[in-house]
Every structure is written in C-alpha cells, then in structure tokens.
Design a protein around this ligand. Sequence first.
Ligand SMILES: *Cc1c(COP(=O)(O)O)cnc(C)c1O
Length: 401
Amino acid sequence: MQPKELLALAEEFGNPLYVYDASKIEFQYNRLANAFSKVEKLRINYAMKALSNISILKLINNLGAGLDTVSIQEVQLGLHAGFTPKNIIFTPNGVSFEEIEAVAKLGIQINIDNLSVLEHFGAKYPKTPVCIRINPHVMAGGNENISVGHIDSKFGISVHQLPHLLRIVENTKMHINGIHMHTGSDILDIEVFLYAAEILFDAAKHFKTLDFLDFGSGFKVPYKKGDIETNIEELGRKLSKRFLAFEKEYGRSLTLAFEPGKFLVSEAGFFLAKVNVVKQTTSTVFAGIDSGFNHLIRPMFYGSQHTIENISNPKGKERYYTVVGYICETDTFANNRRIAEIHEGDILCFKNAGAYCFSMASNYNSRYKPAEVLWKDGEGYVIRERETFDDILKNQILINL
Ligand SMILES: *Cc1c(COP(=O)(O)O)cnc(C)c1O
C-alpha cells in the first residue's frame, strides 16, 4: 500500500489504526499453494491466532484455505465466519479434556499432543479420527519463546516416546488419521525443516490409516531490509519431491497440510499511530506515539524489529529517533532508528503489523483497542470499530461499599 493511501485511512478512521491489505494475503496464499502445486492434495490451514478478525477469516476462507485453531473460542469464531467443521483443525496445548471433547463433538479434526489425553480420548472415542502432534526435537525458531520443538519444549509428544504412543493406539484401537509437527516460528534454514520432516516421515510409517501429514508452520517473513526469509519456492520443490516419494512408499495417497499464520498475514498489516510528542534529551530524540505495548507488544515481548516509516513526511531527511509509547512502563518500539524527520502530529506506520499484533492487544492503562480496516480493491472497510468507554466498563461491577 502507498503512504498516501494509508495516510488517507488514518484521516478517515482516526488513529491508532490497523490496516490490512487483502491483496497481500491473497498473494501469499497463492505463493504457498503454487510452491506445492506438484502435490495433489494440499491443505493450507490458516493459524488464526495470528489475526482473528472474522472478516479476515472470511477472506481467507474464500481463498480456499482451512483453519488452524488453538481454543474452542477460535473454533466458534471460525464457524461463525463460515468455515465448515471439516475444514478446521484443533491444535491446542494444555487445554482441558472437556474442551477437546466439545470440539470433537462439533465434527472438528482434533490434534492431541499429550499421552495421557490420547489414552483417555482413545478409550472413550475409539472411532473418532485423531491426529497426533509429534515433537521431533529439532531446534528451529527465531527466539526461545517461539521455538517449540526443542527437547524440553512443552509442545507435542516426544518422538522418543513413540513406542509408548503406539502401545496406546494398539490397546485402544483408536483411529489415527494424521500426524503433525510444528517446530516453531521463524525457520531460517530449510535444511533444518527438511530434517524435522524426515523424522515425521519416519514416525508416519508406524501408522497404517493416515490421511494427512501436517508440517505445521514457522515460515519466516522479512521484517526489515536485508532480512532473510524462508525460501518457500525452494522448500516447495524439495519437500514436494520428498512427499511424493513417501506417498509411494506408504502405499496410499495423502494430504500434505500446513498451518501458516505469519506467512499469510504479517506483511499485509500496517499499524498507524500519531506522534504526540517529540522529546529531545541530552542523548536521544524520542518520538512518543499515541499507542504502546497495549496495541503492539511484539517489540517488547519478542524484541521484534518492525520497520517504521513516517508517512506524513516520507521524503524528509532521515534522523535518529527512539520510538516509544505512552504506557507508564518502558515501552520502546525502536531504538535510535533512522526515520524521515518527525514532527508532532505526524503519522508513523509500522510494517508487518498483520500477525500477532492486534490479536495480542489489550486494554492496559484502560485504553481502547484500535479500530481495524480492511483495504480491498482500492477501498477501506471498517472490520472492527474502535472501542468506547462502554467496552472498558463491560463486565465490571460497581458494588455497594
Ligand atoms: C502459532 C502456530 C502456528 C503458526 O505459526 P506462524 O509462525 O505464525 O506461521 C502453526 N501451528 C501451530 C500449532 C501454532 O501454534
């Protein structure tokens, strides 16, 4: 999207504001689908925790994707947005047995990542197809919070526990129709991913009734100039070839599934915030915006470096700024970053604001969550209203004291 278009949206709908470019989501979806075009049955399940607005879900449903969910509320949102139960997979971690049961009763594919739950579920519902989340213990991922495949990770059933797992399946006669892995976000090295995939293929051989293999996600997208990104096309060539060979070996046709979040929506998102104050100290020039980690927590939570542009003065001479929020705690978006000269009242644009940005927003400091706008075919549609004071009061009770 052009700075001018974004600026016009900030003027029309106010700020702070999240804007999502529908064409970018579409582009990314097609890019992934094309990279695996040699695979006969490909399933792309959008990991909706990245961005869960129901209009975004509808857009992604229209593209032909399925949905990857981690809570029963996400399942309900997905159904509300028009996904059919058979196009939803439920991949929770550490949720109650009752929640898994309730989701399975909706006709949704469940994915179990714990031996005790597997045993309990298999004994009670031997006929319900179940996918198993394997932990291949391959270290991937950009940082510790999002690297979920390593040896002491809480996710998945360790591949070393395969004998125990197989005993449970044998004893309960339960129906295993898929196996899954998700090694974490931000895969830097395709070879690491392929290595983990080999472990999944090896595990798959032990199950005779599989319909699909799910390779999770973790595709890295560029956040700043010169950033490495997962080479999807190369991964597509290499993994497709290996998958087709495995299908032959396995003796039946299988679906290859992925569950990308960030890859589909990260670059489609822009976060727009106004500069309230420019503060020059003895060492630093701060640009303080009308937002904070209540609206965009990734820089503070993960150390993410979102590119920031001054769309009010895109041609201005670049200077060094430390961009901070208005929260009464240190909330630094960027340290000594070169940005086109900033004046109070300018609108700053944060790139890569599609994934894990609005979906992690809170009301900390009793601030309203921003509005969200979908940019489609040259027009901006409000897909979430800005909150009001009623939203802050909602569910609170003033008792007689
Ligand atoms: C979060 C998550 C994803 C999506 O990860 P991205 O890095 O956003 O692509 C996929 N699968 C599972 C099980 C997840 O928890």
